[in-house]
Design a protein around this ligand. Structure first.
Ligand SMILES: CC(C)(COP(=O)(O)OP(=O)(O)OC[C@H]1O[C@@H](n2cnc3c(N)ncnc32)[C@H](O)[C@@H]1OP(=O)(O)O)[C@@H](O)C(=O)NCCC(=O)NCCS
Length: 175
């Protein structure tokens, strides 16, 4: 058994490049930038941008959490978490601007969230991602202990299904 904190330091170290990005909590004046950064939501999900607009209001009102990553003064990535009852978190979205990928920003977002979940005694976290878009995300989250736990067929579109990936602090890892 390897502890999650051990895993963070041993198996998925944040690459040095990511020092260029600063993480901070969302503030309401970020909304317009995030609606632009996450415009793909409207293509991927029915009414995706309306959903984002409402969810950012939830963040503002303390019903959800959003972390943004800033590089050269610009928001280049975001992670939105929604509490689902005591000790359970749904990752509503994670997105790094394609121009800023492969610099360790995605890893850093997950690393930071998981450290916090461990501190806050979160028992489980999960997210879904469309099968046709899942490759990069699955590669980044696997070393943190996220595992595929289900498939939601035709959830949004008739020709795609959503993978469900889940994390818990006590998950055991192969050495
Ligand atoms: C998945 C995602 C968040 C990863 O973000 P990212 O910032 O590119 O992630 P990282 O840079 O931490 O890691 C990606 C890869 O780059 C590599 N990398 C990191 N820094 C690097 C550097 N300086 N030089 C070269 N490679 C680097 C990592 O090792 C990793 O490689 P691997 O895939 O072989 O393991 C991003 O690709 C994304 O937003 N994808 C779309 C997600 C999506 O569909 N969201 C909507 C549904 S929730």
């Amino acid at each position: 058994m390897t502890s999650t904190m051990g895993l963070l330091t041993r198996e998925r170290q944040t690459p040095p490049h990511s020092e260029a990005a600063l993480l901070r909590p969302y503030i309401p004046s970020d909304k317009r930038t995030l609606l632009r950064l996450l415009h793909m939501l409207d293509i991927r999900y029915p009414c995706g941008l309306s959903w984002l607009d409402r969810r950012l209001d939830d963040v503002r009102d303390g019903r959800a959490r959003c972390t943004v990553a800033i590089s050269a003064g610009v928001i280049v990535a975001a992670m939105i978490e929604t509490p689902k009852g005591q000790g359970h978190v749904k990752l509503s979205t994670v997105w790094v601007d394609p121009l800023f990928r492969r610099r360790g920003i995605g890893t850093r977002l997950f690393e930071t969230a998981i450290r916090r979940w461990c501190r806050e005694a979160v028992e489980s976290a999960w997210f879904t991602v469309g099968l046709r878009y899942c490759d990069d995300l699955v590669r980044v989250v696997r070393p943190f202990g996220f595992e595929l736990v289900g498939l939601a067929a035709y959830r949004y579109w008739e020709d795609d299904c959503e993978l469900v990936l889940s994390w818990s602090p006590e998950r055991s890892y192969a050495e």
